[in-house]
Design a protein around this ligand. Structure first.
Ligand code: NAP
Length: 483
């Protein structure tokens, strides 16, 4: 299959069929580097949402009984197909999301690795057998699929945020409705076609594209047949969804926002820290929940770090993600760019100095210059809010205690980055940081073999690693009479 915006499916994928929305409506998908529409996609309705749940419920029993090896092999074939089509899929992703084709390829490889990982996990779902402590009776546990799941994903990683949920659900034997973000539905539709071709039985995965996320989600979340809600997106929406899911007492996983601190101690390798900072800040144009949001740097190395980081960001070429030599694509839309600009302007008004960047870039598309802000005043808004753009604010610190206190001074708790060459300090600081993940002397933590997730307002639940499949399994305990 050659994938481009013409050949990718634009309909809903329900019960194994590609269908128009019940109301016949569509909505447009825009290229953020031009602001122009590139495709129209089926605009799912509440009736379609109910049909998606019907499809899940109809095959849940059969799917749970499907041999684990076969479930794993479907994922493995899908991994293979994604790998073979990575170039075409990357262009599609860049067109709808904006990041460079090289970054889209990296995301698609990462996304596909969740299928390979969970293909291997499908055959390792195990229970326990133990003699009761009294010696009388036996304790047996077995793991079973949770049941029908509803997955909601954001636009920033249009494929990986889906495969982190679909992979373990398929491996565990759960059926699923997935609702991609309205700004980036095409990558998910292309993925559904790949899974269909890989032999995923009809009804196991249902894709509901819609411009009315709240309306189509309500009938699904209130459906008594639904057993799990898994969400990746903002903390604000996550809170609402947890409230809605309380009625059905759903098992929930929430991968929410972040405000990652990046700590550079005075014993750090500053060049390595700058290298890590470029990755942690500029991956995905800064539109990542794991993006380093604020750089806390020991006063002794603060100027060196700031100058070197500014040189690196200032040299990055901004442009359309499909063009050769471009390092940084546009932001997702004008609202997001406006929010970034507002935060930077506020910081500059408060005394920060824009060493490089600090401005929007004119022309069609939603471009913003890579920016380094020096001497940002503690308490400034952009240190407290998720920036979601290519802006690196640098703040100096005096002591280790001060650095840790500032790092933890946020409602979020997804990831932190720590640069130090002192092994004891490394452990001390890692133990003291209130985040679900830490990049220790590296600027990237995402790995399908590792448990991704946060604490505090960054949510709960883990995706990837051995923990990832547990989110889609229930433990059943059998008390067996035996002398
Ligand atoms: P968002 O506004 O929360 O949207 C995420 C998804 O939720 C989209 O599919 C959206 O649909 C849907 N949605 C919005 N309101 C809803 C409602 N009332 N009911 C049901 N669904 C609803 O977040 P975003 O702006 O797309 O994504 C950025 C956020 O995601 C950031 O905060 C980022 O940190 C977070 N994120 C977290 C992780 C993680 O693993 N922790 C990973 C990536 C991103 P529409 O597209 O129709 O609005």
């Amino acid at each position: 299959m050659t994938i481009d915006t013409d050949t990718v499916p634009k309909q809903l994928f329900l019960a194994g069929e590609w269908r128009d929305a019940s109301g016949g409506e569509t909505f447009e998908v825009e290229d953020p580097s031009t602001g122009e529409a590139i495709a129209t996609v089926a605009d799912g309705t509440e009736d379609d949402a109910r049909a998606a749940m019907d499809a899940c419920a109809a095959v849940q029993g059969e799917w749970a009984a499907h041999p684990p090896r076969e479930r794993g092999e479907i994922l493995r074939r899908a991994w293979q197909a994604i790998t073979e089509q990575v170039d075409e899929l990357a262009v599609l992703m860049t067109l709808e999301m904006g990041k460079t084709v090289a970054e889209s390829k990296a995301e698609i490889t990462y996304a596909s690795e969740f299928f390979r990982w969970f293909a291997e996990e499908a055959v390792r779902i195990e229970g326990r057998f133990a003699k009761a402590p009294s010696g009388v009776g036996r304790l047996i546990t077995m793991k079973q699929p949770v049941g029908p799941c509803y997955a909601i994903t954001p636009w920033n990683f249009p494929m990986a945020m889906g495969t982190r949920k679909i992979g373990p659900a398929v491996a565990a034997g759960c059926t699923m409705v997935i609702k991609p973000a309205q700004q980036t539905p095409l990558s998910m539709l292309a993925l559904a076609r790949i899974l269909e071709e890989a032999g995923l039985p009809a009804g196991v995965l249902n894709v509901l594209t819609s411009s009315s996320s709240s309306e189509v989600s309500k009938p699904i979340i209130s459906d008594p047949r639904l057993r799990k809600l898994t969400f990746t997106g903002s903390t604000e929406v996550g809170r609402k969804l947890v409230e809605q899911s309380a009625q059905g007492l759903l098992k929930t996983s929430m991968e929410l926002g972040g405000n990652a601190p990046f700590l550079v101690f005075d014993d750090a390798d500053v060049d390595a820290a700058v290298e890590g900072a470029v990755i942690a800040k500029m991956r995905n144009v800064g539109e990542a929940c794991t993006a380093a949001n604020r750089f806390h740097v020991a006063e002794r190395v603060q100027d060196e770090f700031t100058t070197k980081l500014a040189e690196r960001l200032g040299a990055m070429k901004v442009g359309r993600g499909t063009e050769e030599g471009v390092d940084v694509g546009p932001l997702i839309d004008d609202d997001q760019r406006g929010k970034v600009a507002e935060l930077v302007d506020d910081a500059v008004a408060g005394g920060a100095q824009a060493v490089v960047g600090g401005t929007r870039i004119d022309g069609p598309g939603y471009f913003y210059a890579p920016t380094v802000l020096a001497h940002v005043t503690p308490g400034t808004r952009l240190l407290q809010e998720e920036i979601f753009g290519p802006v690196a604010p640098v703040v100096g610190f005096g002591s280790e205690d001060e650095a840790v206190a500032w790092a933890n001074d946020t409602e979020y708790g997804l990831v932190s980055y720590v640069y130090t060459r002192d092994i004891k300090r490394a452990f001390r600081v890692c133990e003291a940081l209130d985040t679900g993940m830490i990049g220790l002397n590296q600027g990237l933590v995402s790995n399908p073999a590792a448990p991704f997730g946060g604490v505090k307002a960054s949510g709960f639940g883990r995706e990837g690693g051995r923990e990832g499949i547990e989110e889609y399994l229930e433990t059943k305990y059998i008390a067996m009479a035996m002398d």
